[in-house]
Design a protein around this ligand. Structure first.
Ligand SMILES: O=C(CO)[C@H](O)[C@H](O)COP(=O)(O)O
Length: 230
């Protein structure tokens, strides 16, 4: 699996050109991209990156990639990031690694987003992977009630679980928020659910990336498949 992730990362690297401003994703697949990009940088490629998490910042620095912020530059040429699920319209669930807020800010500030994954992330319908929703801790119960209403209005239901870290404590994002993982099973109308979640005051951001990814690079046993958004 790890080899497939690296293959997808290597294919995405072919889209990188000298002088590009890049969004650098988070997760095990994106980490391969950062490492491979670092090799190119050490060989003379001139790019600058915006990391989507503190973990990726540390990885990129270790790889010698020059970094900047979205305050210092206005647009990015390309973001390359992993995904938890990708559907045929290239709508995506992200946030399994807890970085969905910065990932969405960076991806939507980019002219193009390539999602890289092994084939197991490709699904007919989103939702088997629990949907991460980043929330503020204040008023959590009220936010969860509003989320349940949004689920009902978009025809889904399921258990909500506040994410815990490996240490057993509540997982805290880079932005200081919590994550509620919603086990919905099958999200028939992801765009509608995304819209309903976005207007809940305690929801900071959700892991549905609707119409954001332009290309998916999927690595499987049969080779690499590149899917462009229609
Ligand atoms: O959204 C993410 C982090 O917030 C990751 O991109 C997603 O969880 C996929 O991770 P991996 O490449 O390790 O399978």
């Amino acid at each position: 699996m790890d080899d497939l992730k690296r293959q997808a990362a290597a294919r995405a690297l072919e889209a990188v050109r000298d002088g590009m401003r890049l969004g650098l994703g988070t997760g095990s697949t994106a980490k391969h991209f950062v490492e491979l990009l670092g090799e190119r940088v050490r060989a003379g490629l001139d790019v600058i990156g915006v990391p989507t998490s503190e973990v990726t910042r540390a990885d990129a620095e270790r790889c010698g990639i020059r970094l900047t912020t979205l305050d210092a530059i206005d647009r990015l040429d390309l973001t390359v990031d992993g995904a938890d699920e990708i559907d045929p319209a290239l709508n995506v669930i992200k946030g399994g690694g807890g970085a969905l807020l910065r990932e969405k800010i960076v991806a939507t500030a980019s002219d193009r987003m390539i999602v890289i994954a092994d084939e197991s992330k490709w699904v007919d319908v989103l939702g088997r992977f629990p949907l991460p929703v980043e929330v503020v801790p204040f008023g959590l119960a009220a936010t969860q009630r509003a989320m349940a209403k949004a689920f009902a209005e978009s025809g889904v239901s399921g258990q909500m679980v506040v994410r815990k870290g490996k240490d057993g404590h509540v997982f805290v994002t880079d932005g200081g928020h919590w994550i509620v993982d919603a086990h919905l099973g099958r999200i028939a109308d992801a765009a509608r659910l995304a819209g309903l979640l976005s207007v809940i005051p305690g929801v900071v951001e959700h892991g549905l990336f609707i119409g954001v990814a332009s290309t998916a690079v999927l690595a499987g046993a049969q080779g690499i498949r590149v899917v462009e958004r229609r």
